[in-house]
Design a protein around this ligand. Structure first.
Ligand code: 3HC
Length: 324
């Protein structure tokens, strides 16, 4: 039987400390924190921040790939891409639902994105110039997302962990279809191989940056690890992604655009060249190649959809929100 952290503590003389202790004990026993539970304000705040930005990333992430739905090279590729982009919308709604369970309304979360206050993943501020970019996004970006998201299925906040289970299953299909596009191109004509290599050249470093700043510059790593929101650091997941992806590039017959990349037999990981953190901070600061277009597209969608929200609210007011 589930008992909330707050059961039996409310009003106790040292209710505050007892609740903090009960919260910490729950984390130590790897039990989930659920919406009705007492939680430190800072835990609630950083979860709302991370989950809502994750949701924003899913929704904004639909734009670069959506750009190729009408230009997919075959009906089969079009159908697969349509399904993938639709999945991303669903992931966004799942994650907004998890964020709302912490007490912030959907409108507040979305308006934080539209005002530029809230972030979304840096990776979606790059343009999709050729069809190979759709393959590179599936293979690299969704591949990176899987590495970042699987630990979140074991994070301390129940709704977030549970949302991640289904999302990770769908991401596996996303990564597979992306690799399949890259395989087809890399083993196609010389022009197609060159297109795949060009996409890898442009998407490799932004994908490596997706995992966040180096641990030495991460604002939230330490606390998020203590609260089991994160189970690994940014650099640990980045290394896992590189170790997994370099052999895949070799399978494709494509070259990773890093002259310093080499296997380190001591650490059993790849050593890589310097990451351009100036570019990373420029992009997350709103000055990437597509930031303005991406945000304007979301502002336009919000404004164009106002009548739908008003009609639904009016219908719910007149007929009660449970009306079909
Ligand atoms: N893009 C944009 N901002 C980033 C970023 C990135 N790639 N990496 C870090 N940041 C921001 C953080 O949000 C934080 O800013 P804030 O305080 O204003 O929120 C700041 O940089 C410092 O970074 P930290 O490492 O301290 O921040 P976190 O502890 O939050 O770690 C994270 C960053 C690893 C992205 C973490 O938030 C996380 O794991 N989020 C959940 C996963 C997620 O959001 N993935 C985004 C991609 S979703 C996706 O790819 C969908 C797929 O279907 C394609």
């Amino acid at each position: 039987m589930y008992t909330s952290i707050s059961d039996g503590i409310e009003g106790a003389p040292d209710g505050g400390d007892a609740r903090e202790r009960a919260f910490d004990e729950r984390l130590d026993r790897a039990l989930k924190i659920e919406p009705p539970d007492w939680m430190p304000d800072a835990y609630r705040k950083t979860l709302t921040r991370q989950i809502s930005q994750h949701a924003h990333s899913e929704i904004v992430g639909m734009l670069p790939e959506g750009n190729w739905i009408t230009r997919a090279p075959s009906l089969q590729r079009k159908v697969i891409l349509l399904a993938k982009v639709q999945d991303e919308a669903g992931h966004g709604l799942y994650l907004y639902g998890a964020a709302e369970s912490l007490g912030t309304s959907r409108d507040e979360l979305v308006l934080a994105l539209l005002s530029g206050k809230a972030k979304y993943s840096s990776i979606f501020n790059y343009p999709t110039l050729t069809w190979a970019d759709v393959g590179a996004i599936g293979w690299l970006v969704d591949g990176a997302a899987i590495i970042n998201q699987i630990p979140i299925t074991r994070c301390s906040y129940g709704p977030y962990a549970r949302a991640m289970v289904r999302i990770c299953k769908e991401e596996s299909f996303h990564q597979r279809q992306g690799f399949d596009i890259m395989w087809t191109l890399a083993h196609g004509t010389a022009e197609q191989h060159a297109m795949a290599q060009d996409a890898l050249d442009r998407w490799w470093w932004p994908s490596v940056m997706m995992f966040g700043p180096p641990d030495s510059e991460s604002t939230h790593n330490v606390q998020s690890l203590r609260w089991k929101i994160k189970l690994f650091t940014n650099d640990e997941l980045r290394t896992k992604f590189i170790d997994q992806t370099v052999p895949q590039a070799e399978q494709l017959g494509l070259a990773i655009p890093d002259p310093d990349l080499r296997w380190n037999d001591e650490t059993k990981h790849y050593d890589i060249g310097p990451i351009d953190w100036d570019e990373f901070y420029r992009v997350i600061g709103g000055n990437g190649p597509c930031n303005k277009d991406r945000l304007q597209a979301r502002v336009d969608a919000w404004e164009d959809g106002a009548w739908v929200r008003e009609a639904a609210a009016e219908h719910a007011r007149k007929h009660g929100s449970d009306a079909a």
